[in-house]
Design a protein around this ligand. Structure first.
Ligand code: CU
Length: 184
């Protein structure tokens, strides 16, 4: 058994961010122990000045899916697209009420499905990127109990150039069948 397979950065652009690539085969079942930052106060907004300043970038239908089993990670799905201008790179996602949000990519190779963390995802006018089951997704660790079905949570997308897009994602339960497969 060799869980450390090197992931191929799909949208491998000129950037050399591959150094810290992490294989997280088992992260659908267990959130790694949170370390020092566990005592952060949820009430204090990290960045009060986070305007939508990414020109021509649209996030479509963001949805937070709660874990079928409480305590497991949730997942965020959406589509991000560039409506005009040159390609952009999504570098980070923040979800209010999630202790941590990581971009992952699910892949099936030779019948084996695995999931890797990705540092960035490129999207463009020609190529919007869909975060959905079986592909890219944002895994949400340490979800607060305030993140409930029917609520909206604020989601902030940060691009590699520092621009941001903020929007609200609908919170939904995960159906039983979906839950069996988790977010894969
Ligand atoms: Cu994942």
């Amino acid at each position: 058994m060799r869980p450390m397979r090197s992931a191929v950065l799909s949208a491998a652009l000129a950037g050399a961010a591959a150094a810290g690539l992490l294989a997280l085969g088992a992260c659908s079942n267990q959130a790694p122990e949170a370390d020092a930052s566990a005592s952060a106060t949820p009430g204090s907004a990290p960045d009060p000045m986070a305007p939508d300043n990414a020109p021509h970038v649209t996030v479509i239908e963001p949805v937070v899916k709660l874990p079928a089993v409480p305590g497991n990670p949730g997942v965020l799905y959406f589509t991000i697209q560039q409506d005009a201008g040159k390609a952009n790179t999504l570098a980070a996602v923040h979800v209010d009420g999630a202790g941590r949000a990581e971009m992952h990519q699910t892949k099936t190779e030779n019948g084996v499905t695995s999931m890797n963390r990705v540092q960035s995802v490129e999207f463009s006018q020609d190529q919007p990127v869909e975060f959905k089951a079986g592909g890219y997704h944002v895994m949400l660790f340490d979800l607060a109990s305030t993140v409930k079905p029917g609520k909206d949570v604020e989601v902030t997308f940060t691009l590699a150039n520092g621009d941001k897009v903020s929007t609200f994602a609908k919170v939904e339960e995960t159906g039983a069948m979906e839950g069996m497969m988790d977010h894969m």
